[in-house]
Ligand binder design. Structure first.
Ligand SMILES: C/C(=C\COP(=O)(O)O)CCC[C@H](C)CCC[C@H](C)CCCC(C)C
Ligand SMILES: Nc1ccn([C@@H]2O[C@H](COP(=O)(O)OP(=O)(O)O)[C@@H](O)[C@H]2O)c(=O)n1
Length: 299
């Protein structure tokens, strides 16, 4: 990336400008400048994530603390729904879908608490990576599933099911954090469509999906329409969330149209009778990523 040094800023300013440099060492702390280069190489001022920028050690401490909080949150989420299911407060199918909807979205919601360091995305990815390891360990029955992940995340309670939908799901979270992170609409929209869109389609489709799709008797108009609508709304909401933190700078009239196209194509892909061949947790985010990469090329 090109480098340039801006006049020193008021260190207490809510908006910091850190210029990400690849060649020379970073400027002294009081002259750190943040400019995230968007895909169009347009320099975007961003605000400090959730806390003002500080020295390297403080940034690493911030990221470590954020990872501890998010890891605890992941465990607490599954345990909470496990508790509700055990007491027959909610059905296991609904519980699994709510975990499907909330896990990835809350993981994304946590991204601004990470520091502005270039390593933040790698440290944030530790959380889905830990869960990936848990799924592998319990999926291959290499250990006893005390945390009852199997019971909460599978349809039939078979450990090997953890190596399918849930495994693909956390892989998508890892890729979205590592490759796209919080400065790109691509990962944000892909996770939103996988979590919110695909998740609501199951909940609404099972309950109100009497009118089936002509080309797929397993899916319904109610499920697909709800996937499009909720996936679109959550995608726009999440983009607005990251824009409010200053990570993303979008032209909203064009963005709304682009997100609508992405949501439509992802919904069409999910409705195809191919889910027995390709898991929705692969096809939906993949379709969203490809469409978002093509439509947001100027960002
Ligand atoms: C049930 C899940 C996927 C299966 O989907 P499907 O087969 O029904 O289509 C969700 C799997 C959740 C995953 C194991 C846990 C991921 C946790 C996440 C990385 C961090 C969440 C943190 C937040 C603060 C709760
Ligand atoms: N577009 C959709 C998606 C799901 N559904 C309903 O939700 C159930 C589960 O959908 P699914 O097999 O895609 O579930 P996951 O693979 O997302 O877990 C389907 O059997 C349908 O009853 C629907 O009616 N319309």
């Amino acid at each position: 990336m090109t480098t340039s040094t801006l006049p020193s800023l008021n260190p207490r300013a809510a908006t910091c400008f850190i210029h990400l440099r690849l060649s020379p060492p970073p400027p002294p702390p009081n002259r750190r400048h943040i400019f995230i280069h968007s895909a169009s190489k347009k320099l975007l001022p961003i605000k400090a994530a959730a806390f003002p920028a500080a020295g390297g050690g403080a940034l690493l401490l911030q990221d470590a603390a954020a990872t501890a909080v998010v890891t605890g949150g992941a465990y607490a989420l599954v345990s909470t729904f496990d508790y509700l299911t055990d007491r027959n407060i909610i059905q296991q199918k609904l519980s699994r879908k709510l975990v499907h909807i909330l896990s990835g979205l809350l993981f994304m919601v946590s991204w601004p608490i990470y520091s502005t360091s270039t390593e933040a995305r790698y440290i944030a990815s530790i959380v889905p990576f830990i869960n990936c390891l848990r799924l592998i360990i319990y999926g291959f029955s290499m250990a006893i599933d005390e945390g009852r992940l199997t019971k909460s995340l599978t349809r039939e309670g078979k450990p090997e099911e953890l190596l399918k939908g849930p495994f693909y799901y956390v892989l998508v979270l890892i890729v979205s954090a590592l490759v796209f992170w919080r400065e790109s609409p691509v990962g944000v929209i892909s996770v939103a469509m996988m979590c919110a869109g695909d998740g609501i389609a199951d909940i609404v489709g099972r309950r109100f999906g009497s009118l089936k799709l002509p080309y797929n008797q397993e899916k319904s108009f109610a499920g697909s329409i709800s996937m499009f609508a909720f996936g679109f709304l959550v995608s726009v909401g999440m983009l607005y969330y990251f824009a409010a933190f200053g990570f993303i700078d979008l032209s909203w009239d064009r963005t709304i149209k682009r997100v609508a196209l992405i949501a439509l194509l992802a919904t069409l892909v999910e409705s195809l009778p191919t889910s027995s061949l390709v898991d929705d947790n692969i096809s939906v985010p993949l379709a969203s990523m490809i469409t978002a990469l093509l439509t947001f090329q100027d960002q």
